[in-house]
Design a binder for this molecule. Structure first.
Ligand code: CS2
Length: 491
């Protein structure tokens, strides 16, 4: 008998509130009345990671508390709004792992776009029932300089300082949202970063404060300093970017067409600083961990998982691999990365109850080997100028202070440099806020460490002067840079 003819996406019914009843059995659908939910959270940057991670927790929470639906706010031109609005903002999360599971998530109640929907977004930010504003705008979305402070030279920050009532930056939006809330006599919302950054809440807090101060509003600055909570968080779930193949896979599995599905591993972790206050959603009740020591969890994750990811990305791309799975299939590369994690990174971390680094590393490597997910190295390799400092360079700086070896960690830095040079020489533009500058450097490079490495080390947004000036660091990177063309990382 012939296999059932695969339906083309355009032939399938679109995922909507009405077509929910038509999804295949076994697909999890919202177990609450979406019509009764209220927007209690505004989220800036409702991309795949938010929709597969925080919005998943909220979807579970809405089963017993209708106050926590999400208003998604897109700071960049509409990509998601165009796809999600015709679907009543419903979308599918495909958990692709040892178990395959599909869930239609309903916690995103609406999706608004800056600047078209600016006043509606402000009406949400100043509504009494909105208690939480969260962000996944990636590291570069905070407009910070190499020291982690707000970069007033950034064009978006300059724009918002000149016109704070029509912000384009995340920091500008949070600040103006708080200002309007204060003007209405309302208590502030909690502002929570859910991005991969060390001390993400502290950085957001400092950036918002310095922006309010630069606007000359002393009263607002004092109110933010005294009243507004900016919890730090650690977020974790491997969420490869979606593509047409994922849409096809989801359409066949679910029976309706979703134009913005999300794929991720089954592993999900959310560690939140326990300062949310009495009005916040009960995140602990849906599996998040509230703690006073986020720092230990965030450093372990950012250095072990993300540091290994970036190393696999740059060395793997130079070796011709396209995915984490392929790179991990190279025994020498996988072994090199495992030794780096166990011997060079774990030792830099503060021990904390409930965090066993040995098993944490083993679990991460198992997650990297998940055969059900294809995680592209080029996606992980993006924004290297923002990622390297907290994923690799901070570990190197700690090792230098403690007199520990840095040879393996230096390979990661050298591989990023070699990758930047290769992309420049071959005429491809890096996906990086410093792409133009790095391309210029790459084109000038000769392939010799003595000429090339100092050029990259001079980029202060990435390499702080004390690290760049440390002869041990420069020598280790130069040595790795010269050895890398063999593409077999050092033992
Ligand atoms: C990845 C992260 O793209 C990347 O830079 O390293 O998105 C990683 O998948 C997540 O941090 C995992 O929680």
């Amino acid at each position: 008998m012939n296999a059932p003819q695969k339906k083309h996406d355009s032939e399938r019914r679109r995922l909507t509130a009405q077509s929910l009843s038509a999804v295949r059995s076994g697909v999890i659908v919202p177990r609450y009345d979406r019509g009764r939910t209220q927007v209690g959270i505004v989220h800036f940057g409702p991309g795949a990671f938010h929709r597969g991670h925080q919005a998943w927790y909220y979807d579970t929470l809405l089963e017993r508390d209708p106050r926590w639906a999400v208003c998604g706010a897109e700071l960049r031109p509409p990509g998601l709004a165009k796809a999600l609005r015709p679907q009543d903002c419903l979308y599918v999360v495909a958990e692709l792992d040892a178990q395959i599971r599909y869930r239609v998530v309903g916690s995103l109640k609406e999706i608004l776009v800056v600047p078209d929907d600016a006043e509606t977004i402000f009406s949400r930010l100043t509504h009494p029932q909105v208690k939480l504003v969260t962000l996944t705008v990636t590291e570069k979305g905070y407009c910070l300089d190499g020291s982690g402070a707000l970069d007033f030279r950034h064009p978006d920050i300059a724009h918002d300082l000149a016109d704070p009532a029509r912000p384009v930056s995340a920091v500008g939006w949070v600040t103006e949202g708080l200002a309007r809330r204060k003007a209405k006599g309302l208590a502030p919302f909690v502002a929570m970063s859910c991005d991969n950054m060390v001390a993400n809440g502290e950085k957001l807090h400092a950036a918002v404060l310095s922006f309010a101060k630069a606007c000359g509003d002393k009263d607002l600055t004092a109110w933010i300093a005294g009243e507004v909570r900016f919890p730090c968080t650690m977020v974790d779930s491997i969420t490869p970017a979606g593509d047409e193949a994922l849409k096809q896979k989801v359409a066949e599995a679910v029976g309706v067409f979703d134009d913005a599905p999300v794929q991720r591993e089954s592993f999900l972790q959310w560690v939140v600083e326990d300062i949310l206050g009495p009005d916040a959603p009960d995140l602990a009740g849906v599996g998040a961990s509230l703690t006073g020591d986020v720092k230990a969890y965030e450093l372990a994750k950012l250095r072990l998982l993300n540091g290994a990811h970036s190393t696999l990305a740059y060395v793997g791309l130079l070796m011709g691999y396209a995915s984490v799975g392929e790179a991990m299939g190279d025994a020498r590369l996988a072994g090199f990365v495992e030794r780096m994690m166990r011997e060079d990174i774990a030792v830099s971390l503060r021990k904390t109850r409930g965090l066993d680094f040995d098993s944490y590393v083993s679990d991460i490597l198992k997650r990297f080997r998940n055969p059900a997910l294809t995680h592209k190295l080029i996606q992980i390799g993006s924004d290297g100028s923002q990622k390297l400092p907290y994923r690799i360079l901070a570990t190197i700086a700690d090792a230098l202070s403690a007199g520990r070896p840095i040879e393996r960690l230096a390979v990661s830095v050298a591989a990023w440099m070699r990758f930047a040079v290769r992309e420049a020489k071959e005429g491809r533009t890096l996906n990086d806020p410093l792409a133009e500058r790095l391309a210029r450097i790459g084109r000038e490079c000769t392939g010799e460490a003595g000429a090339d490495v100092p050029r990259f080390l001079a980029v202060r947004e990435i390499f702080a002067s004390d690290l760049a000036g440390d002869r041990r660091f420069a020598a280790a990177v130069a040595s790795a840079y010269d050895r890398l063309p063999k593409l077999l990382p050092a033992e």
